[in-house]
Design a binder for this molecule. Sequence first.
Ligand code: FES
Ligand code: FES
Length: 168
Amino acid sequence: MKKLPHMRHTVTLRLNGLERSGQCEPRTLLSDFLRYELGATGVHVGCEHGVCGACTVTIDGVAQRACLTLTVAAEGHDVNTVEGLAPDAQNLSALQAAFRRHHALQCGFCTPGILMSCTDFLNRVSNPSEAEVREMLSGHLCRCTGYSNIVAAILEAASQRRKATSNA
Ligand code: FES
Ligand code: FES
């Protein structure tokens, strides 16, 4: 049987604010492209079919499953991963710091995806109820924490953010 040639495309996108390019096949998942072509290994891969949430990134500010997105569809878009959350190498973002304070992670496998969903969520919902936070978290599987500390961290980060906005 004749083998089909491997078609390669160059895809250019903005990753955490910087223009980046790489090569991929038409079928390459964005999760694999980010990890293996661009080195963004904070994008974790669990189920690879949209259930666990570990691969969540934001595309143009909206949380998306990178394992359900074809890389070629991300051409020209703004993609953010957990690597872009901290303001610099010495400091965590307010959301990351709240996770640390509340012991909201154990093995940390689910954490990058949760942080990216939270980033989108808190941009849209400034004063979330616990029920709203838990509903947002229902898109993520965590095998370690029992979720309570994650919820506490997100509620605290939302409150800090409201205070910072009102003092600005
Ligand atoms: S790896 Fe994408 S949702 Fe599980
Ligand atoms: S902290 Fe281990 S899976 Fe969530």
